[in-house]
Design a binder for this molecule. Structure first.
Ligand SMILES: [Zn+2]
Length: 631
């Protein structure tokens, strides 16, 4: 009850005070920087008018603020943006067609004075309600765009807000369009009581149906996104983006402080805090938002992606895709998209030159000087700090990689890198274990030893890939999953088991490449694939030779001896059928000398994807089942 009263008061205050810094409940008083960063400038002021930045105190020309995406040109502080300005910033010029621009006033509780308040808000803001919805194109991609505006009763969610959003979601589902919602809200609209609460269920239900049709929803969290909006559509995005330093949470900071009787730390409930805790995929500055959203839409459009892949590689297209391709070409679909240019990756170009070269020299894949190396030599090589890391392969093989963060439950593990990218125009999901390049980087990456949240991020991205039909490409490089108290507390075994389990059933092509060290279950978590390849000097084993020796010989020093018996080299594993191919390495393998190996992977990956994309989900699954059933 107390909470409700506080929220009610908050909303009342909000409607009186256009500068929402004042209602950021407690955090501002303490966090001086925060108070400075968020200004309440009014973009409606004429262009040539000077006003003071409430962040740095410097005088600013209104035009300069507008041209700088409503950020202070002096200090970078974020100003509030009205919904219609947002639409201008995101939608292609002239493309926005608004839905439901006039809604009938509702007052479900017969709340005294509410209708007058709504009238007053409409006059002040020029908006019908706290959200505007419509269809548009974004970077040439068709979408439904909804934008909330917190000048209107703190953008709280009453019947009309929920109804407009739900109709927009339903429209995007019917028309098979991606959906983007710019969230911003104080939460529920108290004047509408329980009817306001029901909007959470209504919007969430509509989103569930949207996703079940394999359609994309991107949620963009802006300052502030709180209460019932956070606890419904704001947090349900396939991809969740956020503006820097936005306040995002369920309970308001003041409510939390009063409940626990403590001051909250600086940065609590800000975008960066949510990213760190695994709930936000990425924080995007305003000037980049449109491009990022357009790129994400393309990464989720498999039809267009498969047509591009077919154009670039000569892959076969199904009859239905051919038919839709004819239609799409007529409507100039994706004619000039950026990744088309990037589709000819560095490796692809090298691949062509390599084919000529190997024809001349008669070079055979998988056979080179290093096959003379002992297993122990290879163990040492595979652990070498000079070897290319997963991100080097990602940069070499793919274009437009967009990293997505978080397990949506606990944290974001830097030992696992994941996201979406394009391989010769085809959208793919990339998941990789990542070691550092130096000590500092290795501390950040935890030496490539994932924690449960790393595997749960991988799991989340695998499932997303399946919903949208994207192939999954995994890079394995880990000495093993992180053995720590916290890992066990959060269920390391369960997290790895889930990855193996879900990968086995995935109805999209899965390819896994062991690039350096493939240590135990922590490696297999990304290794249950249709094809598994290994770099020539990589190793893949049940545990480290040191661990093996200490268990079997009670002497870790006998690791070198153990390694010879363990069958851990690419050559051995190829003969055991554990892997399907060996990628040759040059004598000294590092980032500077990886082009040729990259070209070999590129060539094989293209062949694999051409073949695998022609198979049904069931075929891919049963092929994977049989591959591991045979052991
Ligand atoms: Zn400033």
């Amino acid at each position: 009850m107390i909470r409700e009263l506080i929220t009610q008061k908050k909303i009342e205050n909000a409607s009186r005070m256009p500068d929402f810094t004042k209602i950021k409940t407690g955090v501002n008083e303490k966090a001086g920087r925060r108070k400075k960063r968020t200004a309440g400038a009014d973009p409606e002021v004429p262009d040539d008018v000077y006003r003071k930045c409430s962040c740095c105190g410097k005088p600013l020309l209104n035009r300069d603020v507008r041209e700088n995406f409503y950020r202070c040109p002096k200090c970078g502080g974020y100003f509030r943006v009205h919904a219609r300005r947002r639409v201008e910033m995101i939608a292609d010029p002239g493309s926005f067609e608004e839905f439901d621009s006039r809604m009938e006033t509702v007052n479900p509780l017969g709340f005294p004075g509410y209708e007058e308040k709504l009238r007053d808000q409409r006059e002040k803001t020029g908006l019908d309600e706290a959200v505007i919805c419509g269809s548009c194109t974004i970077g040439g991609e068709k979408a439904v765009l909804c934008v909330m505006d917190n000048r209107f009763i703190m953008s709280s969610m009453g019947y009309n807000v929920g109804e407009k959003l739900t109709r927009a979601i339903e429209h995007s589902t019917e028309e098979k369009l991606p959906l983007i919602i710019y969230c911003c809200s104080g939460g529920a609209r108290m004047q509408e009581g329980i009817v306001s609460l029901m909007q959470m269920a209504k919007t969430s239900e509509a989103l569930k149906l949207h996703r079940e049709k394999g359609l994309l929803y991107i949620s963009m969290l802006t300052n502030p996104t709180m209460g019932g909006v956070t606890a419904s559509f704001a947090m349900l995005g396939d991809v969740i983006l956020a503006e820097p330093e936005a306040l995002i949470g369920f309970a308001g900071p003041r409510v939390i402080e009063q409940t626990i009787g403590e001051k909250l730390p600086e940065g609590f409930q800000r975008s960066e805090f949510l990213l760190q805790h695994g709930f936000v995929d990425m924080i995007v500055e305003r000037p980049e938002q449109k491009a990022v959203i357009a790129k994400l839409i393309r990464a989720h459009d498999m039809k267009a992606g498969r047509r591009r892949f077919a154009r670039i590689t000569g892959a076969e297209l199904s009859e239905s895709l051919k038919a839709s391709a004819a239609f799409a070409d007529a409507s100039a679909d994706n004619a000039s998209i950026p990744d088309e240019n990037g589709a000819e990756s560095r490796a692809k170009v090298k691949a062509a030159s390599r084919t000529e070269k190997s024809a001349e020299t008669g070079h055979k894949a998988g056979v080179s000087a290093s096959s003379k190396l002992s297993a122990w030599d290879k163990v040492r090589l595979s652990r070498s700090g000079d070897r290319p890391r997963a991100t080097d392969y990602i940069e070499l093989l793919f274009s437009d990689f967009t990293e997505l963060h978080g397990d949506r439950a606990y944290g974001d593990d830097s030992a696992v890198v994941g996201g979406v990218a394009f391989f010769h125009g085809l959208p793919v999901t990339v998941i990789a274990e990542q070691k550092g390049k130096n000590t500092k980087d290795n501390l950040k990456r935890n030496f490539g030893m994932p924690k449960p949240e790393g595997y749960r991020k991988a799991l989340r991205l695998m499932k997303e890939a399946e919903v949208f039909g994207r192939p999954v490409i995994c890079f394995v490089d880990t000495p093993g999953a992180y053995p720590g108290i916290s890992s066990e507390e959060r269920g390391q075994g369960e997290a790895i088991a889930r990855c193996i389990y879900e990968l086995s059933g995935l109805k999209v092509p899965v390819l896994s490449i062991v690039i350096s060290e493939g240590g135990s279950g922590g490696a297999l978590a990304l290794g249950v694939a249709n094809r598994v390849w290994m770099m020539e000097n990589a190793t893949y084993s049940i545990l480290s030779p040191e661990g093996f020796a200490s268990i079997l010989y009670k002497d870790a020093k006998k690791a070198a001896e153990a390694s010879e018996l363990m069958k851990i080299t690419a050559e051995d594993l190829l003969s055991l059928g554990v892997i399907d191919a060996v990628i040759p390495e040059p004598e000294s393998y590092n980032c500077e000398s990886m082009d040729e190996a990259g070209a070999e992977i590129d060539r094989r990956m293209e062949a694999f994807l051409k073949e695998a994309m022609a198979k049904s989900g069931e075929e891919l699954r049963s092929e994977r089942y049989q591959r591991f059933r045979d052991f």
